[in-house]
Design a protein around this ligand. Sequence first.
Ligand code: HEC
Length: 88
Amino acid sequence: METNTNARFRLTVLAVTAAMAIAAATTLATCAWAGTQEPPNARGRYLVRIGGCNDCHTGGYLEKTGAVPERERLTGDTLGWQGPWGTT
Ligand code: HEC
């Protein structure tokens, strides 16, 4: 009976150790992967570009075929709703 309990205890310790090792390896792998990603603003620019957000949220974007300075983009257009928050 005592041998059985010892074996079960060892198995539990082994399982917990294995789980911790997997968790540590996953964390390390995630950190390494995150370090290779482009900066968040580059990612945001890409998402806005492929989402076509400027087409509706930047005044004159389509007429000027995108030749709107970045600082003037996404400031709203006459499209959409108008209210105390401005034009969206
Ligand atoms: C086809 C035109 C169109 C495109 C493309 C578009 N939107 Fe919109 N968007 C609108 C309209 C119209 C509204 C509604 C305006 C409102 O109700 O305030 C809106 C509302 C919004 C709002 C809510 C604004 C507020 O003040 O509540 C956000 C945020 C937004 N859009 C983000 C985006 C993003 C991000 C993209 C690109 C992925 C995008 N939109 C693409 C037309 C568009």
